[in-house]
Design a protein around this ligand. Structure first.
Ligand SMILES: Cc1cc2nc3c(=O)[nH]c(=O)nc-3n(C[C@H](O)[C@H](O)[C@H](O)COP(=O)(O)OP(=O)(O)OC[C@H]3O[C@@H](n4cnc5c(N)ncnc54)[C@H](O)[C@@H]3O)c2cc1C
Length: 382
């Protein structure tokens, strides 16, 4: 039975942890924490994962990102390897092998191909993807450990795990008011009220805005636009062809049942908003892709834009706020949200269950990598 206390909202539900944000980050935490304490999740939109989490390229690339991100990716892949979402239509697998290839000038490929990638000759690259134009690139490198993720299935997996463990998930419930009451927070979200010992900020592009609503100083989390599209092709790519990206980060594409998924790989600062593509974005990416690969594009099926949000140093932010007791940051996962969330959620759950001192004292089940994400490191307050 749910405990309640009286408040300005009539009756407020008492929870140990209130998660704000129903994207992959908030849902992963709800799934990790469910059954271990009293948890509720609130999402502003009428459905879960309406924003960035429904707009990704659905690829998990172990060689992508700085070392602490790679560590999270490795742990996320291990956690998801044998997992499946079981729904009314049976079990859906979450991840499967899907190679990732970089192409470009020798210098750019060398600079971007990290540990875990294998250098390829141009002939080897063309064997994997015959559409590549051999005269258009000098070098290539391959990540064979990369996997595709079914983003919908992974979101459903975490949602179902959370619900089965008793987490209350409330959609159409934007947090609009927050005040400090005793040891915790009194929070209004849509028509609901919560009395929460801890509030987790998993609000994606709105993470800094949410902090301000709680009277907490922001951390300088910046949303960046990224656009992608599904295009139809006159000649389909092999379904097992690798995802290919320009080593200078100006485009990528990969096979898709619709034809191909393409992106101009832009990272343009934006306000937190429901972002939409701009005219010409996809056409410009296709122009560049055509110089390197002979993709016979017949039309744009659907295009979308999402916001990838990061702090200045490009690493996620996870941990208790340095100054606001019971306010916990879980945001800034940038372009790595799907490859990091499952592992990062386990670390966040460990910290929430052991309290704010665990990280700094070195006590408790907090991974070494998790220390790299401590919000204390961000300079915006100093
Ligand atoms: C084009 C593109 C390609 C990408 N490709 C990949 C990829 O291949 N692999 C990968 O790992 N990552 C990829 N990413 C990044 C990944 O999608 C993100 O890192 C991830 O989705 C971020 O999840 P989130 O939960 O933080 O944000 P969101 O999904 O945006 O969720 C935050 C939620 O908080 C809610 N919210 C905000 N304010 C409030 C409030 N006051 N009250 C209640 N709710 C609130 C919002 O409505 C939103 O639903 C890609 C991103 C883009 C745009």
């Amino acid at each position: 039975m749910t405990a309640t206390s009286s408040s300005a909202y009539g009756s407020a539900e008492d929870v140990d942890v209130l998660i704000v944000g129903g994207g992959i980050v908030g849902l992963s935490l709800a799934s990790a924490l469910g059954g271990r304490c009293r948890v509720a999740l609130v999402e502003a939109e009428p459905s879960l994962a309406y924003h960035t989490s429904s707009r990704s390229a659905q690829q998990l690339i172990p060689s992508y990102g700085p070392a602490p991100v790679k560590e999270l990716t490795r742990r996320t892949l291990a956690a998801l390897a044998d997992a499946a979402d079981v729904g009314p239509d049976g079990a859906r697998r979450l991840i499967w092998p899907s190679r990732f290839m970089l192409v470009g000038s020798r210098a750019a490929v060398e600079a971007e191909s990290h540990e875990g990638m294998r250098a390829l000759t141009r002939d080897e690259a063309r064997e994997l993807l015959p559409a590549l134009k051999p005269e258009a690139f000098e070098a290539a490198a391959l990540d064979t450990d990369s996997v595709r993720v079914d983003a919908d299935a992974l979101l459903a997996y975490h949602e179902h795990r959370a619900q089965a463990a008793g987490v209350g998930i409330h959609v159409g419930a934007p947090v609009h008011t927050a005040q400090r009451v005793g040891e915790g927070w009194l929070v209004g979200a849509g028509a609901e009220g919560f009395h929460a010992t801890n509030v987790v900020n998993a609000a994606g592009a709105w993470a800094d805005d949410l902090a301000i609503l709680f009277g907490v100083e922001r951390l300088g989390l910046q949303p960046y636009r990224r656009t992608a599209a599904l295009v139809s092709l006159a000649e389909p790519l092999a379904p097992d062809a690798p995802m290919v990206a320009a080593a200078d980060d100006t485009w990528y594409f990969r096979p898709d049942p619709a034809g191909a998924l393409v992106s101009p790989s832009e990272a343009e600062p934006s306000l937190a908003e429901d972002a939409v593509p701009r005219p010409g974005d996809i056409e410009a990416a296709l122009e560049l892709i055509r110089t390197v690969a002979d993709l016979k594009v017949t039309g744009i099926v659907r295009a979308w834009t999402g916001l990838r949000t990061s702090p200045q140093d490009g690493l996620p932010v996870m941990g208790f706020d340095p100054e606001a007791p019971g306010f916990f940051w879980l945001a800034g996962q940038g372009g790595y949200g799907f490859q990091t969330s499952s592992a990062l959620a386990e670390d966040a759950a460990a910290q929430l269950l052991t309290g704010p001192e665990a990280l700094r004292s070195g006590a408790g089940p907090v991974s070494e990598t998790a220390r790299a994400f401590d919000p204390h490191r961000l300079s915006v307050r100093s």
